[in-house]
Design a protein around this ligand. Structure first.
Ligand SMILES: O=C(O)CCC(=O)C(=O)O
Length: 297
């Protein structure tokens, strides 16, 4: 569904100004949106996943280990598909607290695509280079929204998610390096336009929530603070916006209608998207490429 059609439906969570800000700037932040009773459940679920990661000695398709990880001191960069690892995450992602919020920017009928939990353990070595999300999972239009929830909040030194304001209206960049590796990183030579006045670092207290357009250029620095910076990142689209490549982060819930009704017709926005690698055989994470320096700027 296109923005003008979304806007023809009344919002249930966002104010008109917040909704307009999302479509104009490519993101909107909602301080303290998720209440403590949910955050406590989500933190408890994350703690269980962290416990399970003690037995891991290498990154796999679910657990992405941070430098220094051990059974005694579990340290995680990310958990892929947390909703398939612990029921609390799926309960949260299908609760109106999330689905009504998604509906305000994708329209009343909402489809789930995938999710991840970026734990970003303290004193970490990895950030996320400047990139765009939609090239990794192209859809028939650009309705997909990533909703990021800081479970414990995020300060400046914790590598906040950082957005280039208005960049969703610009071009899509290549996510391949010169050697043809899929590195999910915009080459530095393409970033001359990205001046400090366009950069927005999203910080805030526990439950602070960010809605991010799928074309927006974003990244984040490594977490240099002592404590982890867990950010839960479910992705939703309009029900009439269909992915046309296999997902790099597959889930049995991909395609579930989590609000409203399934679509009978697809919505198309024919602006081109560079094809990701063929991930039918699985996703080769970007961190295997040595030249991905993990610094967004
Ligand atoms: O967790 C972060 O700081 C950035 C996340 C991100 O950009 C991603 O997972 O694609």
């Amino acid at each position: 569904m296109k923005p003008q059609d979304v806007m023809s439906h009344p919002a249930t969570v966002l104010t008109d100004a917040q909704r307009r800000a999302f479509f104009e700037n490519g993101f909107v932040a909602l301080p303290g949106y998720v209440p403590e009773h949910w955050l406590a459940r989500l933190r408890a679920a994350m703690a269980e996943l962290l416990e399970r990661s003690r037995s891991k000695t290498a990154t796999d398709s679910i657990y992405v280990l941070e430098e220094g990880h051990s059974a005694e001191t579990p340290r995680l960069h990310r958990v892929a598909s947390p909703q398939d690892q612990h029921p609390t995450f799926w309960q949260f992602m299908t609760d109106p607290i999330m689905t009504d919020l998604a509906a305000d920017v994708v329209g009343p009928d909402v489809m789930f695509h995938h999710a991840k939990l970026n734990v970003k353990s303290g004193k970490g070595s990895r950030g996320f280079s400047w990139h765009q999300d939609i090239p990794a999972w192209p859809h028939t239009d650009f309705s997909p929204v990533t909703i990021g929830i800081y479970l414990d909040g995020c300060t400046d030194d914790q590598g906040p998610l950082t957005v280039a304001e208005g960049s969703h209206e610009g071009p899509l960049f290549s996510m391949y390096d010169d050697a043809g590796n899929y590195v999910v990183k915009i080459p530095d030579r393409e970033l001359g336009w990205l001046t400090e006045d366009r950069i927005r670092r999203i910080t805030g207290g526990p439950g602070t929530t960010l809605l991010l357009n799928c074309r927006a250029v974003h990244g984040s620095a490594p977490n240099k603070a002592e404590s982890a910076r867990p950010l839960l990142l479910p992705v939703y689209s309009s029900a009439d916006s269909f992915p046309y490549t296999p997902s790099p982060i597959p889930s049995p819930h991909q395609g579930d209608i989590v609000r409203g009704r399934p679509a009978r017709f697809a919505s198309f926005d024919t602006r081109p998207v560079e094809m990701p690698p063929d991930w039918r055989g699985g996703y080769k994470p970007v961190w295997v490429h040595k030249n991905n320096d993990t610094k967004p700027y």
